[in-house]
Design a protein around this ligand. Sequence first.
Ligand code: HEC
Ligand code: HEC
Ligand code: HEC
Ligand code: HEC
Ligand code: HEC
Ligand code: HEC
Ligand code: HEC
Ligand code: HEC
Ligand code: HEC
Ligand code: HEC
Length: 311
Amino acid sequence: MRSLRLPIPLLGLAALLALPGLAAAAQASPPPASPPSQSVLGFVGSDVCATCHTDVAEHLTATPHGKGKFASLSAHGCETCHGPGSAHVNNPDDPALRPRIDRLSPREQTAVCQKCHTGGQQFFWHGSVHETRGLSCESCHSIHAFKSEKAQLKAASTVEACLSCHKDVRADMWKNSHHPIREGKISCTDCHNPHGTQTRSLIKAASVNEQCYTCHAEKRGPFLWEHAPVRESCLNCHTPHGSNHQKLQKTATPYLCQQCHSNTRHPGTLYDATTLADQSRASNRIFNRACLDCHAAVHGSNNPSTPYLGH
Ligand code: HEC
Ligand code: HEC
Ligand code: HEC
Ligand code: HEC
Ligand code: HEC
Ligand code: HEC
Ligand code: HEC
Ligand code: HEC
Ligand code: HEC
Ligand code: HEC
């Protein structure tokens, strides 16, 4: 049985400071000069909660929040997250006194978790699009009732977690050309960090191109002849999730190329001045993949004999 007069263990606080990323939490709430006793704060201890919530308590011991590292960071077991429970314990039948976390605002819910999780992947949570749109950690994670063992997600998998809100991306995944997400080869979190990043669109790398190079390294170059739009952004021509044009192209060739190249030395458009003026001349209009037949090295070329992206 725990003594009710024990001060908040300073040992736990020391461990908190020793962990990278966890220090901010400690700085945010400096310990009071003379720590009040547990009874004053109304803490009863996990053992008391477990007398009634046996299943929840037992289940918790099999998860990271019921193990040693959590215990060393938290002074109050269940009540680290739920807050002091004495009022509820004394009057369990009063619904208003039950320490339900889902009653808190998203920001307050998140603050419960960010007593510990402020570093690592969660470092850029504040200001992230998910935070500003009112999501909390609880939008994706569950402490007691998770479907995915990995990262304690409410959904059965990472991809399902994301698609529960992002239905348009699910539609993209079923298009003819798509990144092999539904085949299980890559996941949303290979490119995005849902907790926040410094790059727009929650992209993990420093830029979209850097993200693409992590898997398509051969597109990084350097090339003897660069193609300017490739260096600028892969998304000048590609869409990231899915497309009904081949190779994740935003639109079909030759139109893709013609968005930028209409005044080439050879005609790039379907009906050019020469063919319209003189019907007897063989049409030199260009169909389908035609641009790529001659300019195959569209991402950049190392061919010393032509600067025109040919092989
Ligand atoms: C004397 C028995 C008892 C003790 C001790 C007790 N609870 Fe409860 N608790 C209940 C009852 C009864 C409910 C009503 C809902 C239910 O049946 O689960 C409840 C409900 C809750 C709920 C809300 C669940 C919901 O679905 O509405 C939370 C959260 C909770 N308790 C947390 C705790 C925590 C944390 C502790 C320890 C600080 C604790 N309880 C200690 C009996 C107890
Ligand atoms: C790491 C934070 C954390 C700890 C530790 C924790 N809980 Fe919870 N608890 C939550 C959150 C968040 C919810 C809301 C639902 C969810 O995430 O599963 C919750 C929900 C509950 C509920 C409502 C019923 C339910 O399953 O949703 C009960 C009861 C409960 N907790 C009891 C306990 C008891 C008893 C302990 C200690 C043995 C405990 N909790 C430890 C965060 C925590
Ligand atoms: C008192 C500190 C503390 C609090 C508060 C806390 N956690 Fe944790 N959490 C931990 C520790 C410790 C681990 C285990 C990390 C490890 O083993 O490296 C962990 C692990 C996790 C994991 C990873 C699980 C896995 O299987 O990899 C998730 C997800 C998580 N916590 C979410 C939450 C959420 C959501 C909340 C708020 C409801 C929360 N945590 C509150 C300390 C805490
Ligand atoms: C939009 C959904 C979403 C939200 C919101 C979210 N997470 Fe996660 N979290 C995930 C996914 C998905 C993973 C698994 C990452 C992977 O697949 O690599 C994860 C992994 C984790 C992990 C384990 C990996 C690690 O970083 O050590 C922890 C801990 C965690 N989240 C804590 C939190 C906390 C704390 C919050 C709130 C500040 C939060 N998450 C908000 C989806 C989310
Ligand atoms: C609970 C709903 C919800 C879940 C679950 C969710 N998101 Fe979001 N997400 C949003 C909202 C709301 C926005 C704001 C933009 C919008 O309205 O589409 C957003 C925006 C985004 C953006 C665009 C960011 C920007 O800067 O424009 C990306 C990327 C994203 N989410 C990825 C993910 C990934 C990856 C997951 C799964 C780990 C996920 N989301 C899970 C609600 C969700
Ligand atoms: C191969 C990398 C990659 C994968 C895998 C990926 N995305 Fe994206 N996603 C991107 C890029 C790049 C953008 C940026 C688009 C922009 O900035 O115009 C983006 C944009 C988004 C956006 C915001 C714009 C929009 O299209 O609505 C959301 C939401 C999103 N992704 C969700 C997801 C979800 C959910 C998954 C998993 C099912 C996923 N992404 C998988 C690279 C990826
Ligand atoms: C996590 C690894 C990964 C990242 C990051 C990634 N890709 Fe891919 N990409 C793949 C895989 C795997 C395939 C399928 C290759 C195969 O089937 O041979 C693929 C295929 C493609 C294809 C061909 C699609 C088709 O229909 O054949 C294009 C185009 C492509 N990626 C562009 C991009 C762009 C643009 C980015 C950056 C926004 C990117 N990729 C980021 C892994 C990745
Ligand atoms: C100027 C338009 C354009 C830009 C910008 C562009 N691509 Fe492509 N990409 C194409 C076209 C067109 C194809 C189809 C080539 C074919 O069918 O022979 C393609 C095909 C691909 C393929 C699949 C075939 C292959 O060559 O492996 C991948 C992967 C790819 N691109 C990745 C990227 C990446 C990564 C970037 C950014 C660094 C990028 N692309 C930028 C036009 C572009
Ligand atoms: C987003 C605009 C854009 C798109 C789309 C685009 N290009 Fe380009 N392309 C450029 C720019 C800019 C240059 C550099 C022009 C310069 O240096 O004068 C260039 C250069 C070239 C060159 C070399 C010309 C030279 O003078 O060195 C060829 C060949 C070329 N593009 C072919 C293509 C083909 C084929 C496609 C379609 C797969 C395509 N481009 C799509 C913008 C684009
Ligand atoms: C039959 C082969 C062939 C086809 C098909 C072709 N090109 Fe060319 N392209 C060339 C050759 C050869 C040159 C070099 C021309 C020169 O030296 O006068 C060239 C030059 C270029 C240049 C750079 C010089 C300029 O005129 O600005 C661009 C840009 C270009 N092509 C774009 C395209 C586009 C876009 C398409 C598809 C609509 C296309 N090409 C289709 C062979 C081709």
